[in-house]
Design a protein around this ligand. Sequence first.
Ligand code: PMP
Length: 305
Amino acid sequence: MSMQYPEKIWHNGAIKNWAEATTHVMAHAIHYGSSVFEGVRCYDTPNGPAIFRLQDHLKRFYTSAHIYDMPVPFDRAQLTQACKDVIRANNFGKCYLRPVAFRGLGGFGLSADCPTDVAVAVWQMGEYLGQSATDTGIDAMVSSWNRPAPNTIPTGAKAGGNYLSGQLIAREARRLGFGEGIALASTGLLSEGAGENLFLVFDGKLYTTPVSAAILNGITRNTIMVLAKSMGIEVIEQDLPREYLYLCDELFMCGTAVELTPIRSVDGKKIGSGEPGPLTRKMREAFFGLVKGTAPDPHGWLEYL
Ligand code: PMP
């Protein structure tokens, strides 16, 4: 996919031209995957552009860095400002933000104390998997790759290295003609999608896999849980066996990039009627109402520029 690069990027404290935000080929992160990052969406709302749950994304950013002992030389207030500044510098409204911190140049070896580089990129992004995927649902497959076992690579950190697992899962799915791959945990129980959390519907209740199932504790997942509870819909976090994917009434995945995308089949088996089900549609409506500022925002999750 070709991409038209935006004009400006925030890098180590300053807004720069895109082409000037470079790093050395010997930066630690290139060799060892030592980066942490976030994906955040900004939506157009009736009151102007608003970044959705920016503070929660930044909290997770610092948590990921903390797990890897990576000092981040900018505090949350500074990165909040950086996110807003880089959107304004590019004259964007609706867009996708990518804060990233990584071990840069400054020594050799795994435990080298390299200085941390920090950047915030921003670009325009519509539906991650295309409009028809979000409207009609995608065909998913269970990946032949498992997510990392507990106490190997922490899936609770949103670190660059974790996305080697995601790449194996997503690329296998695309190669075989599926819209997305779903991974099992090392236990053989259900984990999550390559870059998305999962919700299954049984008898009008929502089920999602727990943080102990090698998932990233998604902010969209939490948003859906909070929204569902406020709508009187029961949400159950529990381990689920693979075959529940084939048995559920409805299935959808969620994440900042895919937002809330229905899944219409898994491994060639139709889910429910094969169309987005009533609870999926209800949750989509509630979710988009919230992020686009057309429904009340009781938690103050919309952060205006
Ligand atoms: N799981 C993985 C592996 C992800 O990469 C993402 C995307 N960040 C998610 C789940 C969803 O997380 P969020 O809703 O916070 O974007």
